[in-house]
Ligand binder design. Sequence first.
Ligand SMILES: Nc1nc2c(ncn2[C@@H]2O[C@H](COP(=O)(O)OP(=O)(O)O)[C@@H](O)[C@H]2O)c(=O)[nH]1
Ligand SMILES: [Mg+2]
Length: 252
Amino acid sequence: MSTLGPTMKIHAVAPDRIIVIMPAFNEQEALPSTLAGLLATPLPLDVVVIDDGSSDDTAAIATANGAVCLQLPFNLGIGGALRTGFRYAVELGYQRGIQFDADGQHDASQIEALLAPLAEGADMVVGSRFAGAGDYRVGRSRGFAMNILRWAIRRLAGQRFTDTSSGFRSFGPEVLALFAAEYPIEYMDSVEALVMSCRAGFDVREVPTVMHERTGGVASNRSFRLAYHYVRVLVSLANTPKAQRRVAETSA
Ligand SMILES: Nc1nc2c(ncn2[C@@H]2O[C@H](COP(=O)(O)OP(=O)(O)O)[C@@H](O)[C@H]2O)c(=O)[nH]1
Ligand SMILES: [Mg+2]
């Protein structure tokens, strides 16, 4: 039986198809242009929108604009929705996947740049807002918080990333399988997922990408919630066993 449930019919896909995994919560305004941008590229993209208990017409609009829509019975948050998308990708046999926001902030024309390192052997690629492309800026306090995260991840992952929380990423088959089996479900999942894949020994790279303003709807990152999860992620990173990592490094 499929892990997606007994009612879903599973078909294997052609090996060149690429799955775009798109978490969406109340995104009816932005979805039509986001999906049109994706489907206008010459790439063999299939889009799965994970509608996470939206109260608007997200699901109907996703389907009407060329995506498959998985509807969760209640809100699981971005991480739970992404895990659903990874499971869907693995069940259908996709070999490459893209994580892409519904709100219009990511740019479909950059997907090729995100896929290129996979062809050269990378397992996962992070699209960075802070690596020279575009002019995305954050305020002082957010910038300071991001610097601490960068430092913590550099220590734990043994590698420097300029954008640890970007939600614009590409994945090869093994990382899709890892994330289908376990993906962090708490808010700020992207930071923990980055550490997970690096520590699992995958080849994770970063490429510069632009980021736009939302084209509609409302962002989910209310400041109290963001601050709480920022502290939670730092505590969880601080508790990631270092001894294990040192052994891994010396035996490499
Ligand atoms: N499935 C799901 N998607 C969500 C949820 N909250 C936000 N999203 C989606 O995740 C993406 C990024 O969310 P957003 O609020 O724009 O985060 P930000 O860009 O980091 O400010 C968008 O496509 C949202 O629709 C949620 O609770 N569930
Ligand atoms: Mg956004």
